[in-house]
Write a protein that binds this ligand. Sequence first.
Ligand code: 5GP
Ligand code: ZN
Length: 115
Amino acid sequence: MSAECLFCKMVSGKIKPNTVYEDSDVLAFRDINPQAPVHILVIPKKHIATLNDLNQRDEDLVGKLITTAARIAKESGVAESGYRTVMNCNADAGQSVFHVHLHLLGGRVMRWPPG
Ligand code: 5GP
Ligand code: ZN
């Protein structure tokens, strides 16, 4: 928990996100500025600033971000049409919130390579 972190405030309930899934390890909510018809962020409840700060003990937790996203994709009806998962790390990737999060994007055709 980091007092100034936006996503920690969502975990603690100080700020109420548009939650789509929650359990003891992870929280998933709709992105405030969606880049696709389905744009959901899946975050660990534990504060980890960037992918560079992960350690081996976090491997199950990171796996859970992905399996949670895959399940939400199914529930959102985009599993068969397809979807993209993205984790941005630091400046070159455009990370703007420094609490690890996985973007789940779907409901439209994605371009490749990403910008
Ligand atoms: P990043 O650029 O760090 O990979 O992604 C951060 C994401 O958090 C962005 O897609 C941005 O729209 C989203 N975001 C920023 N502030 C808020 C907020 O207050 N609520 C929600 N739901 N999403 C937010
Ligand atoms: Zn945090």
